[in-house]
Design a protein around this ligand. Structure first.
Ligand SMILES: C[S@@+](CC[C@H](N)C(=O)[O-])C[C@H]1O[C@@H](n2cnc3c(N)ncnc32)[C@H](O)[C@@H]1O
Length: 339
């Protein structure tokens, strides 16, 4: 069981008989068996898939928006990795709770729970650390006055990005990759002007949708599909496509789990940088699986940190790997699936 679930289990008497909203939980023995009148909100498709066998749609929401559940007696937020996402989630949760209801925050010390007091100050009083074990802490505040209603537009950011051939508007939310700016790796990939093959193109790990938006406009014979595991990213990608007048299909997928059919090209600034310099297992799984989604002669075009040893893996699973572009940090690779 996850450490955060263990600390919640130790405090089970606090939650007994209460109708609670559980936000951003991991998938494990505890969260698979939440009480029947609880509701779970997740933005992680892996979690949604893991919990959907035991929870129906009326008790499990996968969305960038908090479900509007009536009659809640409290809420528990499992601390997200990005602090801005915790703020974004709390701003949505607090208005659903009446004055006097408890709002709990649980998480690992290395995951930022030590900032709980500051985070909860904006939403309630009587802030208290209730438990601390297994490198985790459980905090609580009591909601005071009815907080101001949540307004998505207060959190959504829109920036203009200028490329030599076009300007695009990028819509993003707190905690979505590279919020409010263009990532340096993605920029290098977009500097490459070699046309993409016509047909269906997959943008894997689309984030706020910048790659698909720019490349679809540049390659009018392509039809893009965009996937990401994160509901907040998917919402942003839909908005980015909409404001830039690009039509494409956007849907959730954990890795390539929900991607069907073969594509003329797959483009990505892939998510497998774990911070462990030589861990290439996630990348290898992706290069292996993506071969099933490439047409014969289809192109895989990715950008990655230059130090990651991807070319031998790409060559093993797909085909000869060329460096299309590089700078002192990133490389853009292209490989063509056997014809
Ligand atoms: C490096 S970011 C790139 C985002 C965007 N393409 C860009 O260039 O700005 C990687 C993206 O992969 C997503 N991601 C992480 N794990 C994933 C998974 N298992 N399946 C699908 N997408 C995933 C992240 O949510 C993130 O949006």
């Amino acid at each position: 069981m996850d450490n955060t679930s263990q600390i919640l289990e130790r405090s089970a008497e606090l939650f007994a008989g209460q109708r609670l909203l559980l936000v951003n939980p991991p998938v494990d023995g505890l969260t698979r068996q939440v009480p029947a009148d609880w509701h779970v909100w997740t933005w992680d498709y892996f979690v949604q898939q893991g919990l959907s066998a035991g929870l129906d749609e009326t008790h499990l929401s996968f969305s960038h928006l908090c479900p509007q559940v009536d009659g809640l007696e409290g809420a528990i937020l499992v601390m997200p990795k990005a602090i801005e996402r915790a703020e974004f989630a709390l701003a949505q949760i607090a208005p659903l709770l009446r004055a006097g209801c408890p709002l709990y925050l649980v998480g690992e010390k290395k995951g930022g729970i030590t900032r709980a007091e500051k985070l909860l100050t904006a939403h309630g009083a009587a802030i208290e650390k209730l438990d601390s074990a297994r490198h985790c802490q459980l905090w609580r505040c009591i909601v005071q006055d009815q907080p101001a209603p949540f307004r998505l537009e207060d959190w959504q950011r829109s920036i203009a990005l200028t490329f030599p051939d076009q300007t695009v508007e990028l819509v993003s939310l707190p905690g979505v990759f590279s919020h409010g700016r263009l990532d340096e790796g993605s920029q290098l990939l977009l500097e490459e002007l070699a046309p993409l093959p016509p047909g269906k193109v997959l943008d894997f790990g689309c984030g706020a949708g910048v790659l698909a938006t720019v490349l679809a406009r540049r390659n009018p014979d392509t039809r893009f599909e965009l996937v990401d595991v994160d509901a907040m990213a998917l919402y942003c990608a839909e908005q980015t496509l909409l404001v830039n007048g690009v039509q494409a299909q956007v849907y959730p997928s954990d890795g390539l789990s929900d991607v069907h059919g073969r594509f003329a090209a797959v483009v990505s600034n892939p998510p497998f940088h774990t911070g462990i310099r030589h861990d290439t297992s996630i990348a290898e799984a992706f290069f292996n699986e993506v071969t099933r989604n490439l047409l014969p002669g289809g192109e895989l075009r990715i950008v990655a940190n230059g130090f990651l040893r991807y070319p031998p893996l790409i060559e093993e699973h797909i085909g000869p790997c060329r460096v299309l572009r590089e700078n002192n940090r990133f490389k853009v690779y292209s490989a063509i699936a056997p014809g």
